[in-house]
Design a protein around this ligand. Structure first.
Ligand code: A3P
Ligand code: MG
Ligand code: MG
Length: 393
């Protein structure tokens, strides 16, 4: 008789984690008037100082004053003080700020979702970006979903996006140089104090040669709502176009005059459809990022291919979707908002209370957001400090 054959028994003790899928297409289901949105209101803010140390204050606020055209944004690249997180920042500084604010006011600050604005920008723009990809982690505590970027996959992305060898054109600027242009543009466009008649021209001119650093930041935390979901979003704001109205002023609900600074390649004198399409696709990112935090104005620094600043244009955030609708119509802000409202509702149905850590993944050209449970506990998404605060409050 032949020896007994090994029998393969399915391991029912260890089932594969269930995968929940949210297909992005067809977008037709998100057409029509947009889900209700609440204008973002700032609930708290914080800064990082010039060494990137956390400060519960507004010391990191900058003020916009038009930069000098003709500035070469490459200048000073070799002395750039570039800050990049070396360990996972999670939601720590956002939550730390909420604790400070709650202690100060004695009132709880709550939302259905708590996350960095950048996560919402990625979700909101996914319908119109085939190449969008992200990995996020979520956990749910007391009916609030905390959502963060997966730090490991972010670092991996960065490495894979490093400059590919480009022997064909040695004049093509490196990725690091293009990143530098963005921060250089901020440096030559901002001042630590509002400009007034007493501001000397030399103070303005000194910005052109100042060392560029991205260590210091100011972050605004807003409460907003998309559809029936309330959100607490924290994000960096580049600066103010005029002094911030004090909260006890006559119109406490007036939007804060933040400005978002962006750089973009200048369009040719006679742009072809392709050129306009490229720019209007970028406008989607500019709009979503600013819309989510209630930033009313985007200032775009247009540069040459080589990085010389040639023009500055100011755009009202609220008018950007209309501009694009009348232009190439390559995206529709209402679809982005409806998509986001539907997706958040779906996510709330998937990510259960007290059930651990969930992974959200969208792969390039994947077209589907996949959500699966990957662990127990809260996975460090929220700080120990916050967990203790929740227990005590
Ligand atoms: P640009 O937006 O002008 O390219 P932000 O615009 O969000 O305030 O960011 C400021 C600058 O940081 C950007 O300027 C860019 O230089 C750099 N930056 C932001 N996000 C980046 C990313 N994902 N990859 C590379 N650089 C980035
Ligand atoms: Mg910024
Ligand atoms: Mg900016």
């Amino acid at each position: 008789p032949s020896p007994p054959r090994p029998i393969l028994v399915p391991d029912t003790q260890q089932p594969q984690p269930q995968v929940f899928q949210f297909p992005i297409q067809p977008l037709s289901r998100f057409h029509g008037t947009s889900a209700s949105i609440k204008r973002p209101r700032e609930v708290a803010h914080f800064s990082y100082d010039s060494d990137h140390n956390y400060k519960y204050d507004d010391s990191g606020i900058s003020y916009y004053h038009p930069p000098a055209l003709g500035t070469d944004l490459c200048e000073g690249f070799d002395t750039f003080r570039h800050y990049e997180d070396t360990s996972d920042p999670h939601l720590d500084s956002l939550l730390k700020t909420l604790i400070h604010k709650e202690k100060e006011t004695g009132e709880q600050i709550t939302g259905d979702f708590v996350t960095w604005r950048g996560m919402m920008t990625k979700i909101m723009t996914a319908p119109y970006d085939m190449f969008a990809s992200f990995t996020m982690r979520a956990t749910r505590i007391n009916n609030t979903i905390y959502l963060e970027e997966d730090f490991a996959s972010k670092s991996a992305d960065r490495a894979s996006e490093a400059d590919p060898p480009r022997p064909s054109n040695p004049h093509t600027p490196s990725r690091e140089m293009m990143t530098y242009w963005g921060y250089k543009f901020e440096t030559i466009s901002m001042l630590p104090h509002p400009v007034n008649h007493a501001t000397s021209p030399s103070v303005l001119a000194a910005r052109t040669t100042a060392q560029v650093s991205n260590h210091a930041q100011h972050c605004s935390i807003v409460k907003t709502a998309i559809g029936s979901h309330s959100l607490l979003l924290g994000g960096e704001v580049d600066g103010l176009s005029r002094p911030k109205p004090s909260s006890n002023s006559s119109s406490p609900d007036a939007p804060i005059p933040w400005v978002e600074l962006k750089t973009s390649e200048i369009l040719p004198r006679n742009p072809r459809h392709h050129d306009i399409l490229k720019f209007e696709r970028k406008l989607l990112k500019f709009w979503a990022q600013s819309f989510l935090l209630g930033v009313p104005e985007v200032v775009v620094g247009f540069r040459s291919k080589g990085g010389v600043l040639q023009a500055v244009e100011r755009y009202e955030t609220g008018r950007i979707p209309g501009m694009v609708r009348r232009g190439t119509a390559c995206w529709d802000g209402n679809v982005c908002i409806n998509f986001t409202a539907t997706f958040l509702g779906w996510l709330r149905g998937v990510v259960g209370e007290g059930e651990g850590v969930w992974n959200l993944e969208l792969r390039k050209r994947g077209g589907v957001v996949e959500v699966r449970k990957v662990g127990e506990g809260t996975g460090g998404i929220v700080s120990q400090e916050w967990l203790e605060w929740l227990r005590a409050r």
